[in-house]
Design a protein around this ligand. Structure first.
Ligand code: NAD
Ligand code: ZN
Ligand code: ZN
Length: 340
């Protein structure tokens, strides 16, 4: 099987031929149909974060495919089923976080495409208890971006506690942001979309944003304030200054939800304004298996649209460059079906 491998940080990925992996106890082998390129894969390949993966590794955690072989003891899925493998590849199930509905905070978790090989390949292994069944009628290509971009923004909206009639600012309309706009609308909010490219701002309007703010030419904080201030701001742009800009647009009592993970990201939050205005800063990391099930359910009901362009796995390095320069329409999904 072929896989796109990070051999060294900051170097182009290498397409390698590897033997098919054999599932151990509790694991399944999946023949991949689709794998979304999340910006996190780029951070992984560049070694951007304090906790780094160990090369060589295969990135990719928006993995969708067909179960092909079961390891010992697997009973909850079967060969032929379409499943998705998210960032949360495994969690202990026994710690305080796992037991209280916060498995995404488990200290023993294993992250797909980071702590073990991921989906930018023709085949992969996954822990059967952490693969998510893809409902009938949801295509593999649609399911892929939902598996990280979808679940992460759906959860961020939950964490923000958004209620109908509130104003939500979504900063960064890329893979995550184009879905965040839709979940905010589903929650009944008015949405202000912020980006720095015309295409992304147009896309946000098409997807229901009530207001678009071009951060190149407009003061994000002032514009939001003119509209009453945001009850919540979801920070998805990979840029420290963008966090500060939306934070400045919060209304009193508003919440900044940090989701993007810029390399060495450090944000200056004014103490005086935060205290006097009673605003909060919250971090939000992906979502649970239950959150992902809800994301798939909404999509199966026709309530979300996933925007992506499909490419071959061999374009992985150009695709990374295109994401970094904002040339991609929302998401790149590697189409791994039919032996491509
Ligand atoms: P992306 O590259 O698809 O989207 C980023 C968007 O931000 C682009 O549309 C870009 O034009 C826009 N942007 C850039 N500079 C901006 C600025 N100054 N103001 C406004 N917009 C600006 O990336 P993505 O895949 O959506 O991921 C976004 C970030 O979220 C990455 O850092 C990724 O690692 C992180 N992430 C976090 C989680 C989590 O659980 N917290 C999960 C997935 C991804
Ligand atoms: Zn991701
Ligand atoms: Zn745990």
């Amino acid at each position: 099987m072929r896989a796109a491998v990070v051999r060294a940080f900051g170097q182009p990925l290498v397409i390698e031929e590897r033997p098919d992996p054999r599932p151990g106890p509790g694991q399944v082998r999946i023949r991949l149909e689709a794998s979304g390129l999340c910006h996190t894969d780029i951070h992984a390949a560049q070694g951007d974060w304090p906790v780094r993966p160990v090369p060589p590794f295969v990135p990719g955690h928006e993995c969708v495919g067909i179960v092909e072989e079961l390891g010992a003891g697997v009973t909850r899925t079967a060969p032929g089923r379409r499943v998705a493998v998210p960032w949360l590849g495994w969690a202990c199930g026994r710690c305080e976080h796992c037991l209280s509905g916060w498995e995404t905070l488990c200290e023993q978790q294993i992250n797909t495409g980071y702590g073990c090989d991921g989906g930018h390949a023709e085949k992969m292994l996954a822990h059967a208890d952490f693969v998510q069944p893809v409902p009938d009628g949801v295509s593999a290509l649609d399911a892929a971006p939902l598996t990280c971009a979808g679940v992460t923004t759906y959860k961020a909206l939950k964490v923000a506690g958004v209620r109908p009639s509130q104003l939500v600012a979504v900063s960064g309309i890329g893979g995550l942001g184009h879905l965040a706009v839709q979940y905010a609308k589903i929650a009944g909010a008015r949405v202000a979309a912020v980006d720095i490219t015309d295409d992304k701002l147009e896309l946000a309007s098409e997807l229901g944003a009530d207001l678009v703010i071009d951060a190149r030419t407009q003061d994000v904080g002032e514009t939001l304030k003119r509209h009453g201030g945001a009850h919540a701001a979801i920070a998805l742009a990979v840029n420290d200054a963008a966090f500060e800009a939306v934070n400045a647009g919060l209304r009193r009592g508003g919440r900044l939800v940090m989701v993007a993970l810029p390399a060495h990201g450090t944000v200056r939050i004014p103490v005086f304004d935060t205290v006097l205005n009673g605003t909060s800063v919250i971090g939000s990391i992906v979502g649970t298996r239950q959150d992902l099930a809800e994301v798939f359910q909404l999509h199966a009901e026709g309530r979300t649209r996933v925007i992506y362009e499909t490419r071959r796995l061999s374009t992985v390095n150009e695709s990374i460059d295109d994401v970094l320069s904002g040339r991609v329409k929302a998401r790149v999904v590697f189409d791994l079906g039919a032996g491509r």
